[in-house]
Write a protein that binds this ligand. Structure first.
Ligand SMILES: [Zn+2]
Length: 322
């Protein structure tokens, strides 16, 4: 009898214990997942390409990113790129995305694609695009690739147009191209061209111009703090730095801006280009920032961009399932 009781006792104990452990495992799992923000998200930095883009040369190939030790495989075609990127948007509940050359993808996701067109078009062409509803954002504007500074006279009319039409400008400062890009494919690029404070007179002379700095002006953290302090209209996106940099450096930079009080002007961005798996790493890099609360993550992944884009309360409620 005793034996059966002890066996029963042991069994119960085991059950209780295993149940505790199971509980513990579930609790652990829940708490781990709970620190990840799971959407809705707005990607303020994405690109569509057609076949005659220079990126076509890299389709289907692997890119070995020495800085992080990661290898990314490019999509097999520009059509595949569209499909795979939109599938990632579904997977991560990315409800809106600013897509440079977004006209190429608009018909496939009209509720999501925010159409970007840039300074490669003339002012007249951009006015026409705007009239046709095909100019939601002026960007990505990245004249640095041609060695042109933001203060160059050739860009003044674009700032005027952005301010006149109330269209946000998305301005790329640095980093540009792969590490060492000047020696590979962009001989005009120089790091000094990416210094954020050179934008001051442009901002001051265009006070109603909406602007966000792409890649958050990395690595010029102190300059970006000064710029965002002096010019409260400046927002930033986290495109490319959330996957091209070692996570430690990305967290250091992001924490610097958040600790300085600019957490309400930092927007999620991927800049995944032709490597859609970078979207996984971009989201993971922000979610793994243990110095961010869930509210701060929600601001970065959604609220700040929703405010910057003047989304309506209805749209926001719909996105948040309210
Ligand atoms: Zn970009």
């Amino acid at each position: 009898m005793k034996t059966s009781i002890s066996i029963l006792g042991n069994l119960l104990l085991t059950l209780v214990l295993s149940n505790c452990f199971a509980q513990q495992a579930i609790i652990t799992k829940i708490t781990d997942d709970d620190t990840d923000y799971t959407g809705p998200m707005i990607d303020m930095h994405s690109h569509a390409f057609n076949e005659n883009s220079s990126f076509s040369l890299m389709l289907g190939k692997e890119m070995d990113l020495a800085m992080t030790g990661k290898i990314y495989k490019a999509s097999a075609s520009m059509e595949k790129l569209r499909e795979e990127t939109l599938a990632k948007f579904e997977e991560y509940n990315i409800v809106k995305a600013m897509v440079s050359q977004g006209e190429l993808w608009y018909e496939f996701a009209p509720e999501k694609v925010i159409i970007g067109n840039n300074h490669f078009l003339s002012i007249e062409e951009l006015r026409l695009k705007h009239k046709e509803g095909k100019l939601d954002v002026l960007g990505e504007v990245a004249p640095n690739y041609q060695g042109i500074l933001p203060t160059d006279d050739s860009l003044k009319d674009y700032y005027d147009l952005a301010e006149e039409l109330g269209v946000p400008i998305a301005y790329h400062l640095f980093p540009g191209g792969p590490p060492g890009g000047a020696y590979i494919m962009y001989p005009e690029i120089r790091a000094f061209q990416g210094k954020p404070l050179q934008l001051e007179e442009i901002l001051f002379s265009h006070p109603r111009m909406k602007i966000y700095i792409m890649h958050a002006g990395w690595p010029y953290l102190e300059d970006m703090k000064a710029l965002m302090y002096a010019h409260p209209q400046v927002y930033v996106d986290l495109g490319v730095i959330d996957w091209v940099l070692p996570v430690k450096e990305f967290h250091h930079f992001l924490k610097g801006l958040v600790d300085a009080g600019f957490g309400k002007r930092i927007m999620f961005g991927t800049d995944s280009m032709i490597w859609v798996d970078t979207i996984d790493d971009a989201i993971a890099a922000i979610n793994s920032a243990d110095f961010l609360s869930m509210e701060q993550k929600e601001d970065i992944f959604y609220n700040n961009a929703a405010r910057f884009l003047n989304l309506t309360d209805e749209e926001i409620k719909k996105h948040k399932g309210q």
